[in-house]
Design a protein around this ligand. Structure first.
Ligand code: ZN
Length: 243
């Protein structure tokens, strides 16, 4: 066992999560009738906890596999292209959990309690990297990015509403948000006037959020366009190897 590596891919896990990982690794080992828990049992256990259980019986056709591979590599290649982004640990197109057809596991290099604006912008780029890759290769969006869009929208909204990171709106916090840093956001992803702001300000907030997301998608597209040959090669390899 390389415990340093286990520690590196479980940054942010609580003690109870770690206990869970160890139990799960033992189960994975038992299931494959192994005699000792190995590093790959641990990696698999962490994946099960982060991404859900592998669904080997959910078979995708070649077109969909190509779409999923392209999408996941959009995340992976944008993350690799941005020096501050979390390192890419693993990319897989084996379906997991309830909805995930593929996933990209990133590994934060350290526990973080504060993030700078530029880092948040880079996170938006990586979140939208999947959609950007689909658009670049297939010239059309798919439903595969729904979850990414929800996460990116929540983050962009937090930047504008909670962290005062939009120049036009200034250092103002809108809505009734608890003030803890980096907590998952709870505001409804909705309508005008729900921010405790005037209607005009609400419009300004919506367009600030939109601008952040559009810029991030554009940056992701540019990064991938410049790496198109690598993207195509990686899609080929990922479809052959699955992980
Ligand atoms: Zn995605």
């Amino acid at each position: 066992m390389d415990l340093d590596q286990v520690a590196a891919i479980t940054v942010g896990f609580a003690g109870a999560d770690l206990a869970n990982v160890v139990n799960e690794a033992a189960l994975v080992d038992t299931r494959r009738k192994g005699s000792a828990v190995t590093m790959s049992d641990f990696t698999r256990a962490i994946e099960r906890i982060v991404a859900g259980i592998e669904k080997k019986n959910r078979i995708l056709g070649p077109q969909e596999r190509r779409l999923v591979a392209t999408h996941e590599l959009g995340h992976a290649l944008t993350a690799l292209a941005l020096p501050g982004a979390d390192k890419v640990h693993k990319v897989s197109i084996v379906p997991h959990g309830i909805g995930a057809l593929g996933y990209t596991l990133q590994r934060p290099s350290e526990d973080r309690h504060l993030l700078r604006r530029a880092e948040l912008l880079d996170k938006l780029v990586v979140l939208l990297g999947g959609r950007a890759a689909e658009m670049l290769v297939f010239d059309e969006p798919s439903t595969g990015a729904a979850d990414d869009l929800a996460k990116a929208t929540d983050l962009a909204r937090d930047m504008v509403l909670r962290y005062g990171m939009d120049g036009g709106l200034g250092p103002v916090a809108y809505g009734e948000q608890p003030s803890a840093f980096l907590e998952p956001s709870a505001h409804p992803r909705s309508v005008l006037g729900s921010y405790g702001a005037s209607e005009q300000t609400a419009r300004q907030i919506d367009s600030a959020v939109q601008a952040l997301l559009k810029d991030a998608l554009e940056r992701a597209t540019e990064l991938l366009r410049a790496r198109r040959a690598a993207l195509d090669r990686c899609v080929h390899v990922l479809m052959a190897k699955e992980t």
